[in-house]
Design a protein around this ligand. Structure first.
Ligand code: PMT
Length: 219
């Protein structure tokens, strides 16, 4: 199968030397990409800036901003039977990026921000994507309810929810513990390395896609 994976943070410029971003390391998304490639799938990894080595045998599409990621997903998602959105996309960017480094002036500084595109929600709406759609949810409270809301609003078949209020899992850790939120039930996958979870998740997700996959020759 052909699997699109988004990973890592996005960076939204404030001025030529500063940006808005978040603590995503890309480890979870890259572990999924590596697991999928090792299982013989074609992987298109659309990644924000990370310190990680690009896994062998994948098609790597580096991006910086949410707008870049939106365009890259729009370009590639039509080729894919499965799309997994593990990136931590900035929800806001500067209304206008300053042309020069912003100088220190008053005691406070107010930045005007505008919404970025919700790329996961655009999969069905803007790109008419019909394949299996998997989102992630990074939550600090009401994990299951918030994840279920995202599943319904964004047209997902599965949302992989992680509690990012915990220091031992989620952002920039080597391990994760996730709640799989399906339309009709939820299931906890206990804490494990992101590499191990990558394999478990890919196996589960590919099995979900198989009944509706008629176009590929590899399954
Ligand atoms: O990268 P690591 O350090 O390994 O950490 C992994 C992780 C915590 C980043 C990952 O497991 C994770 O939870 N990724 C999603 C983070 C996130 O931004 O969650 P969210 O609840 O804000 O977004 C929900 C979903 O919508 C996600 O699939 C996200 O990719 C997508 N989204 C969000 C905003 C936006 N503008 N476009 C999107 O596509």
């Amino acid at each position: 199968m052909t699997i699109l994976i988004t990973a890592g943070p996005t960076r939204e410029a404030i001025d030529p030397v500063r940006y808005l971003s978040n603590r995503s390391s890309g480890k979870m998304g890259y572990a999924l990409a590596e697991a999928a490639a090792e299982r013989g799938h074609r992987v298109i990894l659309i990644s924000g800036p990370t310190m990680l080595a690009v896994p062998d045998g994948i098609d790597y599409v580096p991006v910086e901003t949410a707008d870049d990621m939106y365009r890259a997903v729009g370009k590639w998602i039509g080729d894919c039977e499965i799309a997994i959105f593990a990136a931590a996309v900035a929800d806001y960017r500067m209304a206008e990026v300053a042309g020069q480094k912003i100088k220190k002036k008053g005691e406070t500084l107010t930045l005007e921000l505008v919404r970025t595109p919700d790329i996961l929600a655009s999969a069905r709406k803007d790109f008419s994507y019909q394949g299996l759609l998997v989102g992630f949810a990074a939550e600090t409270e009401n994990l299951e309810n918030n994840a279920r809301g995202k599943l319904e609003r964004k047209g997902c078949d599965l949302v992989v929810a992680n509690d990012v209020s915990r220091r031992d899992i989620g952002f920039n850790s080597s391990e994760n513990e996730v709640l799989l939120v399906f339309p009709d039930r939820s299931e906890l996958l206990p804490m494990a390395s992101k590499e191990h979870l990558g394999h478990v998740l890919v196996e589960r997700i590919v099995a979900m896609a198989k009944p509706s996959c008629s176009s590929c020759s590899s399954c």
